[in-house]
Design a protein around this ligand. Structure first.
Ligand code: ADP
Ligand code: GN1
Ligand code: MG
Length: 350
C-alpha cells in the first residue's frame, strides 16, 4: 500500500492525490500532489539488487555537491522518519523525492535547444564532479555498460530462445553481426586504457532531464545508475535519444532520421561544460559513443525479446523486437551522418 509508505515519510495520504507518472521502463513512479508535490518511486529490485548502494551513492554525491556547489540543484531522495531514504513494505522498496515544480520532461526532441540544454546538463554534472573520486561510488548494476558482457548475453539468449522468436528476429540478428566491429572497437578502447574513468550518469535519455518553460535545463533526475564510467555512456545515450525526433518506441522506421544540426547542438552543449575536461582522444570518439550505445541498446532489447520479455516494461507482444529494429535503423542513420560530417567541423569520427 502506497499510503503506508507515505506514512513512513510523515505524509497522510488522505490529503494527497496519487497518480501513476512518467514513462520509465524499469521502476514504477507516482506523482503525489497536495500541499506539496512529490515523486514516489518503487525500485525494481530485480534490476537494482542492492538499493542501499543507490542510497549510499546519492548521499555521498549530495554531501559533496552541497559543500562545493550549494547552488547546484541535486534532486536527492527525502529522508523517512527513521532517517533512511528507503522505505519498504510487502510491496517493495520505495523512495520519495521533492517534485521539481514548473518542470517538464519530454520523450523526444522537437527543437535543437532541448538537445543542447540536455547535453549541457549531463556535462555539467560530470564536470562538477571531476575532483570527486568516482571509485567511491558503488556499482549499482555491475558491468552495466560492458558491451562484451551484453554481447555474450545476446549469444546466450540466441541459444535459449524459441524457434519462433529466433525466426522473427532474423533481420535483427544479421544486423547485429554486421555491426560487430563496434564491439571490437570497444574492446580495443578498453585494452588501450585511454578513456578516463569519470562520474557518469549512465542513463542520459532525454526524459531524464527536467526543463523549464523556455526549454532551459533545470536539473538531472533518475540518478540510480550514477557510477564510475566512460563518457561514451552518456554522450552515446544523448546521440541515441536526441538525434532523431522519433523515439525508441516508434514503429514507423521511416520516421527515424537524424540531422547534423541536432548533432551540433549535442556536441556544443556537451562541450560547453566539458570542453576543457575532455581529452582529444575522447573528443575523437564522440560519434563512436553513439554507435556504442545504440548497438548496446539494440543488443539489450533483442536479448530481452529472445528471453521472453522479462526485463523491460512492455505494453504489447513484440515490442522489444520493434525497439531493436528501431535502434538498428537509428544506427544506420548515425553511420550515414558520420560519413557526411566534415572531418574539419569536429575532430571526431572513429
Ligand atoms: P524511471 O527510472 O522509471 O525512468 P524517473 O526517475 O526517470 O524513472 O522518473 C520518471 C518520470 O517522472 C521522469 O521522466 C519525470 O517526468 C518525472 N520525475 C521524476 N522525478 C521527478 C522530480 N523530482 N520532479 C519532477 N518530475 C520528476
Ligand atoms: C531503462 O529506467 P529508464 O527507462 O530510464 C534502462 C536503460 C536503458 C533504457 C532504454 C536500469 O531506463 O539502461 O537505456 O531503459 N535502465 C536500466 O530506454 O536498465
Ligand atoms: Mg527515467
Amino acid at each position: 500500500m502506497l499510503n503506508q509508505i507515505l506514512e513512513q515519510f510523515g505524509i497522510n495520504a488522505l490529503n494527497y492525490q496519487i497518480e501513476e507518472y512518467g514513462s520509465g521502463l524499469i521502476n514504477s513512479t507516482w506523482k503525489i500532489s497536495g500541499e506539496k508535490d512529490y515523486i514516489l518511486q518503487r525500485i525494481n529490485t530485480d534490476v537494482f539488487k542492492q538499493p542501499e548502494a543507490i542510497a549510499e551513492n546519492l548521499s555521498k554525491l549530495q554531501s559533496y555537491l552541497k559543500a562545493k556547489y550549494p547552488d547546484y540543484l541535486f534532486v536527492a531522495p527525502l529522508l523517512a522518519l527513521n532517517g533512511s531514504s528507503l522505505a519498504d513494505n510487502e510491496d517493495g522498496i520505495f523512495r520519495l523525492f521533492p517534485f521539481v515544480g514548473n518542470s517538464v520532461s519530454i520523450d523526444s526532441v522537437t527543437i535543437y535547444k532541448q538537445a543542447y540544454e540536455a547535453a549541457r546538463q549531463f556535462a555539467k554534472f560530470t564536470f562538477l564532479l571531476k575532483d570527486f573520486d568516482a571509485f567511491k561510488l558503488r556499482d549499482t548494476i555491475p558491468s552495466f555498460h560492458d558491451l562484451t558482457l551484453r554481447y555474450k548475453e545476446f549469444e546466450k539468449a540466441c541459444l535459449n530462445t524459441t524457434t519462433a522468436r529466433l525466426d522473427q528476429a532474423k533481420w535483427a540478428i544479421s544486423e547485429i553481426n554486421r555491426h560487430k566491429g563496434i564491439l571490437s572497437t570497444y574492446e580495443k578502447l578498453k585494452n588501450i586504457g585511454n578513456l578516463p574513468v569519470r562520474v557518469i550518469h549512465h542513463d542520459a535519455k532525454i526524459n531524464n532531464v527536467l526543463f523549464n518553460n523556455d526549454w532551459n535545463g533545470i536539473c538531472l533526475i533518475d540518478l540510480d545508475t550514477v557510477m564510475p564510467g566512460y563518457f561514451i555512456s552518456d554522450v552515446g545515450d544523448m546521440l541515441r535519444t536526441y538525434l532523431s525526433p522519433a523515439n525508441e518506441d516508434e514503429t514507423d522506421l521511416s520516421k527515424i532520421v537524424v540531422d547534423e544540426q541536432c548533432f551540433d547542438a549535442i556536441y556544443n552543449g556537451y562541450l560547453s561544460e566539458m570542453g576543457t575536461e575532455l581529452t582529444t582522444f575522447e573528443k575523437d570518439h564522440f560519434i563512436y559513443a553513439g554507435k556504442f550505445m545504440i548497438y548496446m541498446q539494440a543488443l539489450r532489447f533483442l536479448s530481452d525479446y529472445l528471453n521472453g520479455d522479462v526485463y523491460y516494461h512492455t505494453t504489447y507482444a513484440g515490442q522489444n523486437l520493434n525497439r531493436t529494429n528501431n535502434q538498428l535503423t537509428l544506427l544506420d542513420q548515425l553511420i550515414k551522418l558520420e560519413e557526411k560530417i566534415q572531418l574539419t567541423n569536429h575532430s571526431s569520427i572513429k
